[in-house]
Design a protein around this ligand. Sequence first.
Ligand code: NDP
Ligand code: GDR
Length: 345
Amino acid sequence: MSKTAIITGITGQDGAYLAQLLLGKGYTVYGTYRRTSSVNFWRMDELGITQDANLHLVEYDLTDLSSSIRLLQNTGATEIYNLAAQSFVGVSFDQPITTAEITGVGPLHLLEAIRIVNPKIRFYQASTSEMFGKVQEIPQVESTPFYPRSPYGVAKLYAHWMTVNYRESYDIFGTSGILFNHESPLRGREFVTRKITDSIAKIKLGKLDKLELGNLDAKRDWGFAKEYVEGMWRMLQAEVADTFVLATNRTETVRDFVTLAASAVDIELGWQGSAENETAVDTKTGKQIVSINPKFYRPAEVELLIGNPEKAKNVLGWEPSTGLEQLCKMMVEADIRRNNQGFSF
Ligand code: NDP
Ligand code: GDR
């Protein structure tokens, strides 16, 4: 008999890839989306799954307990992947309370709904390397102490501990995946990698003069989202609920990512200056194409993330395989194609 799963946040990057994966495995998928003034199904459209007969799209908001209960009652799902969140760290400084309500308390509604409707339902919580925040240990692993540096990180930490607490208190299969940054052509344009690849594509095509960024020194462990959703699925097929890190164990600066993206379209960058005065020129034309705008700095920054996914490899057999160069090239090429087609997401 085919399995039934709920994916909250199906309109996001991971939601779309996970839905594709589960549909491919024969699941019936209930994907939740928020009522908005205009639909945003472009990611599912890009993957060609929006019209899949086994995909049911359900209006839902994570901040609503009663609809969380009904969601579980009406679908009969045995697995829930909670990917919904206010997921942009920058915005969490401007909207800390909304972020706490959605990203922090939101998952608790689902845990309570599981407790009430069917404690056998397996639950995946999308936790994050942002919970590690200020560097305590390198590389970061499941036992590394947490020190979040943003309202987003604090909210995610609450949801993480609630997942652990419901596992220990009520024997609920609540698993927390501490995922390091993962990117793809389906990444939102507010996040730095896609902002860079889309801007470099526009600069290459003569549609944009300059890319403005914030902290170029931040180091991130960037993997490919499509591989990370496979890890989520494996976590819910494991014998016992647990906490797992998914990462690549390689870290690079934002500056390095810009250099990689530019070289993917044969632009060689020359970096000059430092701090707020740092710029990059196209060495062939001498034109300045990257500069700093302090408005993109954050009040508190996570300077260095690098994760060791050894536990996931040993227990789940999960390993990343796409290198950063390949990932960056894939993203730039997708953005060149889309800009040529007038795509606007
Ligand atoms: P996205 O920002 O692309 O997607 C977030 C999803 O959450 C969207 O579908 C959004 O809907 C939905 N959402 C937001 N608020 C609510 C709400 N109140 N009720 C219901 N749904 C809501 O994130 P990603 O796909 O990149 O990430 C998936 C999850 O994994 C998130 O929880 C994120 O915090 C976490 N994570 C992501 C990492 C990454 O590198 N990508 C790393 C570690 C963790 P809408 O389209 O309407 O805005
Ligand atoms: P992050 O991703 O905060 O790690 O959270 P983001 O891409 O927003 O920032 C990464 C780093 O780049 C620096 N940066 C900029 N960031 C943005 N967005 N825009 C800029 O112009 C810019 N310039 C420099 C940032 O300061 C930061 O250091 C992502 C999200 O997906 C979270 O939901 C997830 O939990 C974590 O990854 C792991």
